[in-house]
Ligand binder design. Structure first.
Ligand code: ADP
Ligand code: NA
Length: 354
């Protein structure tokens, strides 16, 4: 049994929202806290991925800091996990290039992310998009999954916690690893690149508070659609108060016909690990609540779950030396990551004869 290596990444989008927290970050913390002593954990703020779409450089620099402080605030411990900026480890780009020499254009063109970012139909082809999208489709956006594969394979990662939307990218990473091993190290005792397993996040999609048929997202122009993990109790209550529900009497879980109510129930359920075995009793308590009380209950629960996170974030950002503290944390994380990355790159280069 090889020791586990867990890797995951998040884009530098500033302070995370509740969807990021319940869908990803909360699980990272759990994995970290429950990890065996010999498990390596890496959490990367993937700034090279962020620039596949246009970014304001000043905002990007700020969002990187806010995301790093947020990772510490949610409970990722820099003494236990390697927390780093992707761009601090040049081996990501190096392995990406190497892998891209064996990445099939056909496979990449069937992936959906570049299509959704450009709002193209699912059957769009890179060789035959409209003239407008042809200009908008940049090589980096198209080959994004190769960089993602490099991120993972660079650390001999065994497990990658991700949301469902990333499952196809993980499959691609596995195929690249298997193909690479087959071509360049067919007789090796241990694989040159480790095909990683997916750990699917248990949290379903957290939906927008104001349009519960859409997922909660940073890019939603309506700020009340999302809770930020640093929102005050007052702001949390305000946002939940304006959440869209329905005018049906009583509360029941039905994502199809009662998306607003169901989203509130899901949020409460995912906030609190304890609500699983006693789900039924807990639902009984919610059934008869007015919509107003339901929203208040949800707001209270979210506030309770986030108040320590908020406190730690404020503590970090309130330090006189906040910038130096974050830079030093990132520097140390980057150094640890580069050491591990270089081990893989060394072997890969040797196998390639370069
Ligand atoms: P956004 O959609 O706001 O741009 P990202 O794409 O950067 O967020 O997502 C970062 C992580 O958070 C990913 O693991 C993603 O699966 C998760 N995530 C984002 N939004 C949600 C959501 N509404 N519900 C559950 N998980 C989410
Ligand atoms: Na997303």
């Amino acid at each position: 049994e090889h020791p586990k290596v867990i890797f995951s990444g998040i884009q530098p989008t500033g302070i995370p929202h509740l969807g990021n927290y319940l869908g990803a970050l909360k699980q990272w913390v759990k994995l970290q806290d429950e990890a065996a002593p010999d498990t390596t954990l890496l959490f990367s703020i993937v700034d090279l991925h962020a620039i596949t779409i246009k970014q304001d450089p000043k905002a990007l620099a700020k969002w990187k800091k806010e995301m790093l402080a947020s990772l510490y605030a949610v409970g990722i411990k820099k003494e236990r996990s390697i927390v780093f900026f992707q761009s601090a480890v040049p081996q990501h780009a190096e392995l990406m290039w190497i892998l891209s020499c064996n990445a099939s254009m056909g496979y990449l063109s069937r992936m959906t992310q570049w299509k959704s970012k450009l709002a193209l139909p699912d059957n769009a082809s890179p060789l035959d998009p409209s003239p407008v999208s042809k200009a908008a489709l940049k090589l980096g956006l198209f080959s994004y999954p190769v960089l993602q594969a490099a991120d993972i394979l660079l650390y001999q990662t065994t497990h990658v916690p991700v949301g469902e939307d990333q499952a196809q990218h993980l499959e691609f990473a596995r195929e690249l690893a298997v193909g690479f091993n087959h071509m360049f190290a067919p007789d090796a005792k241990s694989p040159l690149l480790v095909p990683p397993q997916t750990i699917l996040s248990s949290a379903k999609r957290v939906m927008s508070l104001t349009t519960p048929t859409k997922k909660m997202s940073k890019s939603d122009p309506e700020p009340k659609s999302r809770i930020l993990i640093t929102d005050s109790n007052e702001v949390i209550h305000k946002k939940f108060k304006s959440a869209l529900t329905d005018s049906i009497d009583g509360n029941a879980y039905d994502r199809e016909s009662r998306p607003g109510v169901s989203n509130l129930i899901d949020i409460m359920r995912h906030m609190d690990e304890d609500i699983t075995g006693s789900d039924k009793e807990w639902m009984k308590e919610l059934e008869g609540l007015s919509k107003r009380s339901l929203k208040e209950t949800a707001a209270d629960r979210v506030n309770n779950g986030l108040k320590d996170v908020r406190g730690r974030y404020e503590e970090i950002m309130g330090r006189k030396d906040a910038d130096e503290f974050l830079e030093e944390g990132a520097r140390q994380g980057g150094e640890k990551a580069r050491k591990l990355a270089q081990q893989t790159i060394g072997k890969v280069r040797e196998a390639l004869g370069i």
